[in-house]
Design a protein around this ligand. Structure first.
Ligand SMILES: [Zn+2]
Ligand SMILES: [Zn+2]
Length: 327
C-alpha cells in the first residue's frame, strides 16, 4: 500500500475508513470519513507529509477537499490519532471535538509541553528507569511533539449524548484505560462500534500508568472490557490492524485473561523478591526492546503493579531512589 493509493473501505452507508500510513510498528492508523451529514473525519493521524497526502487522496476519492470538512472527532489524544487536528481546523475551519475528559489531556501533552516533560521524566526515574534510557526521553518526546499539530479550540462531547453520523444517531461512549478520556461511538441499529484503540485485534492496547494519567488505568480498562463484552458489537472499526474487526466480545475476554495472567505474574515476582517497576518490567518483558519499547514496558508493568497495590495485594515503599514493590 502506498500513500498515492489509499485503502478506502466503505464501512456503512456514507462512512468510509481510510488506512493512513504512520512510521510506527502498526504501520497505519484508521481515519474515518463520513459524507452523510456534516462532512466528518474521525481521528486525524500523525502530522507527516505521507499522512497529509493519504488523507487528501482519500478526500479526493470521495469528491471532497480540505475546506469541505466540517467536523473532526478525535477518539483520544495520542499523536497517531490527534496529529493533524490543528491542520484540518486551519484548512477547513472544522470544529474539533473530543470527549470532555480527554480535552485537558490533549492540552497538557501538546500545548503545555515544557511544563509537562519534567514531571514525566521524574515519574519514570522514580520507578527505576535507568539514566541511559532517561537521557533520550526529552529529545524523543520533542520529535513526537513536532508531528502533532494540536487544535486551537476543542469542543466537548459527553458520555451518553448522541451525535449524527452516516444518517443515524450514534451514542458517545467513555472507554478509559488506553487513554483516560478514550471515546467510542456506538450505533445500536447497526451493532457497529467506532472503537479507536480501546480494543485491537493482534496487539494488546498499551495500558500504561504515566505521570498524569488517572491513578488506575488497568482498573479502568478492565471495566471498559466488561462494557465492550456486554455491548457485544457485531463489528468494530479499530485504530490499527483493521479497519474493521469482528468478534469483539471474544477478544475482550481474551484481553481480560491476558491482563489477569500478567497480574498473577507481577504479584508472584514482587512477592518473591522486592523490586522497582523497571526491574519488574525486565522480568515481564524479557525480550530485547528499544528505548521507547522499554518505557512502554515500564508504564504497562506499573499499571499492573499499581492496580495490585490499590487492591491491597501488593505494597510499595520508597527506598531512597525509587519506589519498590513487595508483598
Ligand atoms: Zn492510542
Ligand atoms: Zn493508536
Amino acid at each position: 500500500m502506498t500513500a498515492s493509493a489509499p485503502a478506502l473501505t466503505r464501512v456503512h452507508g456514507t462512512l468510509h475508513a481510510l488506512q493512513v500510513p504512520i512510521p510506527y510498528p502498526m504501520r497505519t492508523v484508521t481515519v474515518l470519513i463520513d459524507t452523510g451529514g456534516p462532512v466528518t473525519l474521525i481521528d486525524a493521524a500523525l502530522d507527516t507529509p505521507e499522512a497529509r497526502r493519504a488523507i487528501e487522496d482519500g478526500l479526493t476519492a470521495l469528491g471532497l477537499h480540505w475546506p469541505d470538512v466540517e467536523r473532526v472527532i478525535i477518539t483520544h489524544h495520542h499523536p497517531d490519532h490527534y496529529g493533524l487536528a490543528g491542520v484540518v481546523e486551519e484548512r477547513s475551519g472544522a470544529q474539533v471535538q473530543m470527549l470532555d475528559v480527554e480535552i485537558g489531556r490533549g492540552e497538557r501533552y501538546w500545548h503545555m509541553w515544557e511544563e509537562w516533560l519534567p514531571g514525566h521524566i521524574k515519574h519514570m526515574r522514580d520507578h527505576g528507569l535507568p539514566n541511559e534510557l532517561l537521557e533520550t526521553l526529552g529529545a524523543e518526546s520533542r520529535r513526537t511533539r513536532a508531528r502533532v499539530n494540536p487544535a486551537s479550540r476543542v469542543e466537548p462531547l459527553r458520555e451518553g449524548q448522541t451525535v449524527p453520523l452516516a444518517g443515524g444517531e450514534w451514542e458517545v461512549l467513555w472507554l478509559p484505560g488506553h487513554a483516560d478520556g478514550h471515546l467510542g461511538l456506538w450505533n445500536e441499529d447497526e451493532s457497529l462500534l467506532i472503537a479507536g484503540d480501546a480494543i485491537l485485534p493482534r496487539i494488546s492496547p498499551n495500558i500504561g500508568l504515566y505521570a498524569y494519567t488517572r491513578p488506575d488505568p488497568l482498573g479502568d480498562y478492565l471495566q471498559t472490557l466488561g462494557k465492550l463484552e456486554a455491548l457485544n458489537p457485531a463489528r468494530a472499526v479499530v485504530g490499527h490492524h483493521g479497519p474493521v474487526m469482528e468478534g469483539v466480545q471474544a477478544r475482550a475476554r481474551q484481553l481480560r485473561a491476558h491482563h489477569h495472567e500478567r497480574l498473577d505474574f507481577i504479584r508472584a515476582e514482587a512477592g518473591r523478591e522486592p523490586r522497582d517497576a523497571y526491574q519488574l518490567s525486565l522480568a515481564m518483558f524479557p525480550r530485547d526492546l528499544n528505548t521507547a519499547g522499554r518505557r512502554f514496558a515500564l508504564a504497562e508493568t506499573l499499571a499492573h503493579a499499581e492496580h495490585l497495590r490499590l487492591l491491597g495485594q501488593l505494597a510499595r515503599t520508597w527506598q531512597g531512589e525509587a519506589w519498590v514493590y513487595h508483598g
